[in-house]
Design a protein around this ligand. Sequence first.
Ligand SMILES: [Zn+2]
Length: 412
Amino acid sequence: MRIEMSRAILTAGLCVSAGSFLAAAVTADDISSRARKLHFSSIVIDTHDDTTQRFLDANFDIGLRSPSGSIDIPRMREGGLGAIFFSIWIPSKVTGPEAVNRAMAQIEAVREQVRKHPKDLILATTAAEIREARKNRKIAALMGVEGGHMINSDLDVVRKFASLGVQYMTLTHTGNVEWADSATAKAVHNGLTDFGKDVIREMNRLGMMVDISHVSDKTFYDALEVSKAPLIASHSSCRALCDAARNMTDQMMKDLAAKGGVIQINYHVGFLSQEFRNAEKAHPEWEQAIAAEIKQRCGDNEACLLIEGDHVTREYVAQGKLPRVDWTKIIEHIDHAVKVVGAEHVGLGSDFDGANMPYGMEDATRLPHITEALLQKGYSESDIKKILGENTLRLMAEVERVSHELNQRPRE
Ligand SMILES: [Zn+2]
C-alpha cells in the first residue's frame, strides 16, 4: 500500500527486540496438526506485496532468508505461500513517461527474480498457471501495477503491461490520476472520467483484474458499473472496524460481492486498528518525527524507507506512544467481512514489505496462524480454503472468461 505517503513512512518492521521476541513466544508449535494439514494443502495467495522495491537493490536476494522485511523464498516456503502478487509501485507524484519507464523497470526486476530462481519461482498470469505452479511445487509470481499514473493516460501502456504479465492494475494510489479520484485526495473528477471508463473496458478485454483498493468511493461505484468482470480490492480492510478512507464500507463490500468481487484483507495496523489510527491522528508531530528519522536512515532508498518505517513505528510502540496492534485484528476483519458478504468474497492482501505489520504477523512464516485462528472460530475447511486463495482463483478465472468473450465480439 505504501501507505498514505508520509505515513508509508510511518510503517513498521521487525522491532528486532520486541518483534522477534513475540514471534518466538508464539511458535509454530501453536499450529495444530489439522490447521497445518489444511494450510499446506491449500493454495495460499497474497494479492499485494511491496517486495519489488527490494529487487532494485543489488544486495537483496529473494532466495536467501533476509533478517529484515517479510518476504523471501525460504519464508514463503515456511509459511506455505503458494502465489504472490508483487506490486509495481512508484509514488503518485511521479507521472508522465518517467512513471511508465520506472514501472517497466520494476516489471523487469520481478521477471529477473523469476529467471534467477527457476526452481522456486515461476511467472503466472492465469488461475490455471497458479494451479500448475502448485503441482510443480513452485511459488507462482504475479504482478499488479499499483496506480494508474503509471500508464501516462495511454491505453497502449495498459496493453504493454498486460503483455508483460501484469495481472491487475490498482486504478489510483494515494493521489488522483488524470482519469480517476483516489480515496485519499480531494475529488476532482467525480469518480472516473470517460477515459477512465475506457481504461476499465480495455482491462476487461485484456483480462487484467480491475483493482479498487485506494480509490474513492465514487470511483469504486463507477468502476463497478462499467466493468464487465468482477472487481478485486487487492489490499483493503473494513471501514466499519477502522475508519480509513481507503477501507471498504459494508455496503461497498456487498455491492462488490453482488458482482462476484473479492476483498483481500490488508494487514497494515493503520487500516486494522481504530485505536492506532486515533493515536496517529492525535499526534501528527510523531508522524513527522518518524518520517524524518526514516529519511535520515534511508535517504531516498524506497525499499529501505518502507522497511525502516516498520522498525521506527515499533520503536514508538515500545515507548508506549503508539498502541500495540496484534495480528488477531486481521482475523477480526476477515470475520467481519465474511459476516457481511460470505466466505466466497474474502481473501488475503497483506501489504507485506510496504506497511506496518501487526505483532505476530511479521512475515510470511506467520500465515498458518490465520488458518489456525479461523478453524478455532469454527470456519469450515472449505471456507478457509476459499479465503486462503480459492476465491482469488475463481475471480481470476472469471476475469479470463470475460476477456475471451469480449475478444470474440467485433470491436465497438
Ligand atoms: Zn497500497
